[in-house]
Design a protein around this ligand. Sequence first.
Ligand code: NAG
Ligand code: NAG
Ligand code: NAG
Ligand code: NAG
Length: 586
Amino acid sequence: MDLPLTLLCCLITLLLVNNGGIVQGSHDVFAQLRSVPAVDVTQVHRTAYHFQPTKNWINDPNGPMYYNGIYHLFYQYNPKGAVWGNIVWAHSVSKDLINWAKVEPAIYPSQPFDKYGCWSGSATILPGKTPKPIILYTGIVDENNTQVQNYAVPADPTDPYLRKWIKPNNNPLVVADKSVNGSSFRDPTTGWLGPDGNWRITIGSRRKHRGVSYLYRSRDFIHWTKGKHPLHSTAGTGNWECPDFFPVSVSGGLDTSVMGPNVKHVFKVSLDETRYEYYTIGKYYPEKDRYIPDKGMIDGWDGLRYDYGNFYASKSFFDPKKNRRILWGWANESDSTEMDVKKGWAGIQLIPRTIVLDPSGKQLVQWPIEEVETLRRNEVQLRSLKLAKGEKIEITGITAAQADVDVTFSFNSLDKAEPFDPRWDKYDGQKLCSRKGSTVQGGLGPFGLLTLASHNLEEYTPVFFRLFKAQQHNKHLVLLCSDASRSTLMDDETNMKDGRDAYRPSFAGFVDVDLKDKKLTLRSLIDNSVVESFGAGGKTVITSRVYPTLAVYENARLYAFNNGTETVKIESLNAWSMSKPLYMNQ
Ligand SMILES: *[C@@H]1O[C@H](CO)[C@@H](O)[C@H](O)[C@H]1NC(C)=O
Ligand SMILES: *[C@@H]1O[C@H](CO)[C@@H](O)[C@H](O)[C@H]1NC(C)=O
Ligand SMILES: *[C@@H]1O[C@H](CO)[C@@H](O)[C@H](O)[C@H]1NC(C)=O
Ligand SMILES: *[C@H]1O[C@@H](CO)[C@H](O)[C@@H](O)[C@@H]1NC(C)=O
């Protein structure tokens, strides 16, 4: 569960300059916006094929699952306005993860154990003759944000859409003991079964500045006992939200309880302080209920990310229909709270991604679920086309504001890659990208795509590679950038962030890729105000939210470009217009 950063900053400032008593005041300022109904819902910048309700605020995806032929997505939702507040578990159902129908909210505050909030959680399918879903979620019990873990079950498991949920009277199931900080104790995971036949879950928390994920065990999913030690904890990372813990293999998705010789485990957290996520890959020791990241994994702020851009509070689930693990993540807005109120909506869920282990065992690989390809229309193709320094080519024949584009670039040599200055931080791609944007000409790169571009490039969001020669012999560093800094004209009021320029970061991540064949692939899903880019087949992924003023609807353009001295070749480029799902009744 996430409070918007602006609110947190505000709270922190107040805490610093006043004594705690004033905090309520800042809540009140915000509370005035919480229940401002959307009058006119602004359509420009709304997405067409991303999951987005017709209006109002959304954040974390909750309890995703597949049950009896139906996919369920719950999510944190404010039914009354476009800023965070009044949160309920909204609920939508789908047969294909593309077309969605809204049903009534599954969980909303009503009982002493959740009167002040129904925050994030997960679903587990309890096996048996008739498998049954059960949801664990965090309830807020008082005005001090005291957190407990509750459960809910379908009122009628034979209802295909599971429309009604019951919160039984023996809630809460888990309360913080004296050793646990009860105001940082949330987001229970999907349960998994240990070899001893007992269930486990893990819950995000902190101890001072140490991120902690507590472990609980249960025989019946109702009575839970805290383990002697956490599943995992890491000094210096701050509060852990939305932990996720699951097995992975190279070949496909695994149900959450699977263990075995070719199985590794992933542990992911959302960092409350930085507002991004990181994960490690490692080994799970079920006898001790400990998770230990593999040697070489960076277990901290510099760790691997699912997405180096706008992506938070993610949650995965196992899809038995297609034997895959699917990842959902939330992207917030990059404009101001005032703008969100004005436009009547805020937040989208990103396109679900399948995740598998890379054969190296050192990272995950993500790819948009194949179902999204059913939305592709009027394909255009380019083959074998050279781009010399400073050249660009427009991809015409598709709706560039709403497109899927998949391109393979090649080059003859790595010789012209720029030297990597050892003073640069090799974990801070974003800083490097802001220093070396698409207009800073290079040796090998920058080359890539100009998405959501206006006719004369007054506005565009470039997604591109730039290659560097490291000091070590023969080693190259590949940087993927998704740079929002020129995404929108500066002087437009809609793009002001609290009176300043909008949040337009030069998101970037390094790509750990074999360059032997001198090729790099890039796929971008473009949808009006979002660009999700998958570098090197999904090894590095970056999402940007942008608000062009000229490059909207049919005025948006798409280009491929090269701004490095080494000529690059478009080996192949396929692009499609993306249609709106037939059914998106949110
Ligand atoms: C909330 O915290 C305040 C300050 O510590 C305390 O006085 C009050 O009793 C707490 N409220 C509840 C319901 O625990
Ligand atoms: C408990 O968590 C709250 C919320 O994150 C934090 O403000 C507080 O400092 C924490 N208490 C301790 C003792 O770490
Ligand atoms: C390529 O670099 C030149 C020189 O900096 C710049 O004017 C041009 O806009 C760049 N092209 C792109 C696509 O950024
Ligand atoms: C999304 O909004 C931007 C701009 O306000 C903030 O900088 C981010 O921290 C925020 N992200 C999350 C996950 O809250």
